[in-house]
Design a protein around this ligand. Structure first.
Ligand code: PBG
Length: 331
C-alpha cells in the first residue's frame, strides 16, 4: 500500500534494532534441540581426524567419554552413536552389530553409564557399518538387499542396543516394515520404554559422501533400491506416514538442506516430533567454503541450522551441535 510515493506499511520497523529483531524472531535454536552424531572405534589409541570433515574425529572410548560429558555440560538434547568396527570383524551378516561386545554396543554401555541421565543416548540401527559389502542389510543370493531377512537382523540388533542402554534407536536402514518389526522385538523382550526414531524420509544422497570415510564404509555401488529417489516429495511423505502407523515415536528427514520442502510437508502432517539430519556433506561444504574465505563460516553454520528449524524440524542432528550450544551460551 502506498500513499503517493510513500509506503503506508513498513515491515522494516521490526528490523530496526537488534533488540527488536530478537523480540520478533520466529525461530530459535535451543541446545536442547540439538543432537551430536559421534563415531567410535575400538582399535585406535588416539582420536582420528576425518579429512573430509574438518573438526570431526573417530573417537577412542576415552575421547568419546570426554565428548559426551561436554555434550551434557553444554545442554545438548542427545548424542547419536555410530560404531566403526575394524575391517576384520565385518562379515556378510554384520555379526558385530549384534555382538554385545561389538564396538557400538560396548560404547553405548560406556555412554549410558556416563551421561544417560543428562541427555538422550541414541544409537544408529543399521547394518552398513558392520557388513563387509557395506549395504544396510543382508544380501539375497542374487546380490540384492533382502528386505525381510534384514528385518530379522534389525530385531536382534535393536534388543542388543536396548540392553546396552540406548534410549532411542535410530532406524536408518530404509527397509520396509522396519519400525513395526523392531517395535515388536523390543516389546517382546521387555523394552517397551525404548523409543524409536525412524529415518522416515531418507534419500539416496550424494551428501553422505564424507560419512562413508567416517565409518570406513566398504560400499560399492549405491543404495538406490532402498533409499528414496531425490526426485520424490510425495513418496517421502508416504514413508513418514507409514512409519508413524508402524509405531515410530519420532520421524526424521535426511539430508536436511536439500529437502526442506519435505520437512515442511512432514511437520504439517504427522502428529509426532519431526527431526532432521544435517548430514556430513552439508557440514563439509560449509567448512570448505569457510576455510577458503568464500563465506562467513560462523554465520553460515547458524543460518543453515536455523533454516532447518524454520522449515519444521523440532530437533536437528548436526556435527556442529556442541559448538552451536557454546555459541548460544556465549561461551
Ligand atoms: C546409515 C547412515 C548413513 C548416514 C547415517 N546413517 C549413511 C548412508 O545411508 O549411506 C549418513 C550421515 C551423514 O552423512 O552424516 N547407517
Amino acid at each position: 500500500m502506498t500513499s503517493g510515493s510513500f509506503p503506508e506499511i513498513r515491515p522494516r520497523r521490526l528490523r530496526r534494532t537488534p533488540a527488536m529483531r530478537r523480540l520478533v524472531a520466529e525461530t530459535r535454536i535451543d541446545a536442547a534441540q540439538l543432537i551430536l552424531p559421534l563415531f567410535v572405534r575400538d582399535d585406535i589409541v588416539e582420536p582420528l581426524p576425518l579429512q573430509s570433515m574438518p573438526g570431526v574425529v573417530q573417537h577412542t572410548f576415552d575421547s568419546l567419554r570426554a565428548a559426551v560429558v561436554e555434550a551434557a555440560e553444554v545442554g545438548l538434547g542427545g548424542v547419536m552413536l555410530f560404531g566403526v568396527p575394524a575391517d576384520d570383524v565385518k562379515d556378510a551378516a554384520g555379526t558385530a552389530a549384534t555382538d554385545p561386545d561389538g564396538v557400538l554396543n560396548a560404547a553405548t554401555r560406556v555412554v549410558a553409564a556416563e551421561v544417560g541421565d543428562a541427555l538422550v543416548v541414541q544409537t544408529d540401527l543399521c547394518l552398513d557399518e558392520f557388513t563387509d559389502h557395506g549395504h544396510c542389510g543382508v544380501l539375497a543370493p542374487d546380490g540384492s538387499v533382502d528386505n525381510d531377512a534384514t528385518l530379522v537382523r534389525y530385531r536382534d540388533m535393536a534388543v542388543e542396543q536396548a540392553r546396552a542402554g540406548s534410549q532411542l534407536l535410530g532406524l536408518s536402514g530404509m527397509m520396509d516394515g522396519q519400525v513395526a518389526a523392531v517395535r515388536a522385538a523390543l516389546d517382546a523382550d521387555g523394552f517397551q520404554d525404548v523409543a524409536l526414531l525412524a529415518y522416515a524420509a531418507k534419500y539416496a544422497s550424494a551428501f553422505y559422501g564424507p560419512f562413508r570415510e567416517a565409518v570406513g564404509s566398504t560400499l560399492r555401488g549405491d543404495r538406490k533400491t532402498y533409499q528414496l529417489d531425490p526426485a520424490n516429495r510425495r513418496e517421502g511423505l508416504r514413508e513418514a506416514v507409514l512409519d508413524v502407523e508402524e509405531g515410530a515415536d519420532i520421524v526424521m528427514v535426511k539430508p536436511a538442506m536439500s529437502y526442506l520442502d519435505l520437512l515442511a510437508d512432514v511437520s504439517a502432517t504427522v502428529p509426532v516430533p519431526v527431526w532432521a539430519y544435517q548430514v556430513s556433506g552439508e557440514y563439509a561444504m560449509i567448512e570448505a567454503a569457510g576455510a577458503n574465505g568464500w563465506i562467513d563460516r560462523d554465520r553460515a553454520v547458524l543460518e543453515s541450522v536455523l533454516g532447518i528449524r524454520r522449515a519444521g524440524a523440532e530437533a536437528v542432528l548436526t556435527y556442529w551441535a556442541t559448538e552451536l550450544a557454546r555459541t548460544l551460551k556465549g561461551l
